[in-house]
Design a protein around this ligand. Structure first.
Ligand SMILES: [Zn+2]
Length: 103
């Protein structure tokens, strides 16, 4: 599952979904990837799982020794760093007006 788009509050919204349980991943996520015994990445695919789903995911996919993982917050920071995304230039979402707000 990994990263997919959904519509929330009338806007396309990226959502990270756990590749083990299927529920949304937030800051409790782990990015899993395959490596050899020397730690060299052997498959460029990424899997996203909750911290509590890591053991079950790894055991059902060949065992812990094949997998390396990274905290999702570290992964996102690294991705922003290597891609030079400029988050200060991204448009801010408009806040949805509540129906009981005075106009
Ligand atoms: Zn999960």
């Amino acid at each position: 599952m990994g990263v997919r788009l959904t519509i929330r509050e009338c806007a396309y919204t990226p959502v990270v979904t756990c590749d083990w349980c299927g529920k949304d991943v937030h800051d409790d996520g782990i990015v899993e990837f395959l490596s050899n015994t020397e730690g060299v990445v052997i498959d460029d695919r990424l899997w996203f799982v909750h911290q509590q789903c890591t053991i079950c995911f790894e055991e059902s996919h060949g065992g812990h020794s094949k997998w390396r993982h990274m905290n999702i917050n570290v992964f996102m920071r690294n991705m922003i760093s290597v891609t030079n995304f400029n988050l200060s230039e991204t448009p801010k979402r408009k806040k949805k007006r509540r129906s009981n707000e005075t106009k």
